[in-house]
Design a protein around this ligand. Structure first.
Ligand code: ADP
Length: 249
């Protein structure tokens, strides 16, 4: 693949916490349009890596580029504007508001439009039409006026995804999208991730390996802060170093 096909790239990414190296020289290339998973045993450095890529943490060393642009020193908020959005960034779903109101608020936050702009009736009309599109996209049309706090866990996650989609991300970073999900919700959210990946790039940290196997085009396996293996699920799951890291963890 050519460099132009890479949307997000890290070189020599490292993070040191008080002498402990949590991420140690990670190189990562995420192909545009792919679903890429970051896996590895507990303590491998996945969360730290994720936080570095979304700028929640500042790297001790290394560089990160988004569409060829160096974002290493850029604040998280600016990165969202460039199209890189992390799942829980906005996903503090407001429990007392309806599904529609939650998505509306997310849409209003986009581009930091002024309040005055949103007071025009035409704009409000447009806003609701767009909110309905997002709600429909995540399969919550029949729950539009339900209170968010009363949705099932899986549907809440779907609503969170709708609010992140409202920011029109080119790339979504999902932090353990299946965490705490019941089996039927896992299937539902898997289908949703596959659907939204049709015109977006996705990087996810996920523990559920059958989900990873099912969804990922490419997998990076971390262990002790370093890249242990990379490739398709077929490749990494047969890699003796990966098997050893999981068993030895
Ligand atoms: P994973 O997500 O793969 O389980 P983490 O990125 O959470 O791994 O953690 C990697 C290592 O870095 C762990 O040993 C963890 O204890 C350590 N670590 C993570 N965050 C901090 C921190 N803020 N201060 C000190 N050590 C940390």
């Amino acid at each position: 693949a050519s460099a132009a096909d890479v949307i997000l790239s890290a070189r020599g990414l490292s993070k040191r916490f008080a002498g402990f190296v949590a991420v140690n020289g990670v190189d990562l290339d995420v192909q545009r349009g792919s679903i890429h998973a970051l896996i590895g045993p507990n303590g491998a450095g996945k969360t730290t890596c994720f936080n570095l890529l979304t700028k929640f943490l500042q790297p001790s060393a290394g560089t990160i580029t988004l569409n060829g642009r160096d974002i290493t020193r850029m604040p998280a908020a600016d990165i969202a504007r460039l199209g890189l959005v992390r799942s829980f960034q906005i996903s503090a779903v407001f429990p007392k508001l309806s599904v529609l109101e939650n998505v509306r608020i997310a849409l209003q936050r986009r581009r930091g439009d002024s309040f005055d702009f949103w007071r025009s009736q035409t704009v409000l009309h447009q806003l609701d039409a767009e909110a309905m599109e997002r709600i429909d996209e995540v399969g919550l049309s029949s729950f539009t006026n339900e209170t968010a706090g009363e949705l099932s866990y899986g549907r809440k996650r779907a609503l969170e995804i709708a609010t992140t989609l409202a920011l029109e991300p080119e790339m979504l970073l999902l932090d353990e999208p299946m965490a705490g999900m019941a089996q039927e919700d896992v299937a539902r959210i898997s289908a949703l991730i596959r659907k939204i990946s049709a015109n977006r790039t996705i990087l996810m940290v996920e523990h559920n390996l059958s989900v990873v196997a099912d969804l990922s085009d490419r997998i990076t396996v971390l262990a002790r802060g370093q890249v242990l293996s990379e490739g398709s699920y077929e490749v990494v799951s047969k890699d003796p170093r990966v098997i050893e890291a999981y068993i030895g963890a």
